[in-house]
Design a protein around this ligand. Structure first.
Ligand SMILES: [Zn+2]
Length: 201
């Protein structure tokens, strides 16, 4: 089954996706959420993924590959990569070595990205892509993940401090003091703390 990514208003954006991770790979991981204390997956079908990819394109100013159809295979590969990225990011947050199985999934995707790649003086990457072997979405997410895991901001990876929230983000604050995914989570945590303090006193 192939679903065309909308170029106009063909799709109804019924799902609210979160773009608070400050990196494409984190925002993909954040398509798994907790709703009323229960895990929920915002990507149930390739249509959902097409909607997410379209919104991610707007969010990050992506131009290439936004109109490439998403197949069932692309969908399955993306979900597999999402799971691996969660494992890899979590291991960084928890200061553990990366799980081999998750590394292998990311590396398998990375191997399919470029036949040959060159860094140019202006900081751009030029190369021959295996465009027929991998959806541009997978390529963009894999590179975003690679950048987070190998870059100087690796220690800026965070999981929301709210124990009932599983969202992850990159802390871009000057003094590295962002602990919550959103003000909503922060407020919830503060009122819970206040509740406990009041009970204890
Ligand atoms: Zn949160």
């Amino acid at each position: 089954m192939e679903i065309r990514i909308p170029t106009g208003k063909a799709i109804s954006m019924e799902t609210d996706f979160f773009f608070l991770g400050d990196a494409l790979a984190l925002d993909l991981v954040n398509t798994e959420v907790i709703v009323r204390r229960k895990p929920a997956d915002l990507l149930k079908t390739p249509v959902d993924l097409a909607g997410w990819w379209h919104m991610a394109g707007t969010q990050y100013g992506l131009k290439a590959g936004l109109s490439t159809a998403i197949t069932e295979t692309d969908f399955r590969q993306t979900k597999r990569l999402r799971q691996a990225l969660r494992g890899l990011f979590t291991s960084v947050v928890e200061n553990r070595l990366s799980p081999e199985s998750d590394l292998e999934i990311l590396n398998a995707v990375l191997r399919l990205c470029y036949l040959q790649a060159d860094l140019l003086p202006n900081g751009m990457l030029a190369g021959t892509q295996h465009t027929d072997r991998l959806h541009p979405l997978l390529m963009a997410v894999a590179f975003s993940g690679l950048e987070l895991l190998t870059g100087v901001e690796r220690d800026r990876l965070r999981k929301c401090k709210n124990e009932h929230c599983i969202l992850m983000f990159r802390d871009t604050t000057k003094n590295a003091r962002r602990f919550w995914c959103s003000p909503a989570c922060q407020n919830r945590a503060r009122s819970a703390e206040h509740y406990h303090q009041t009970r204890e006193s």
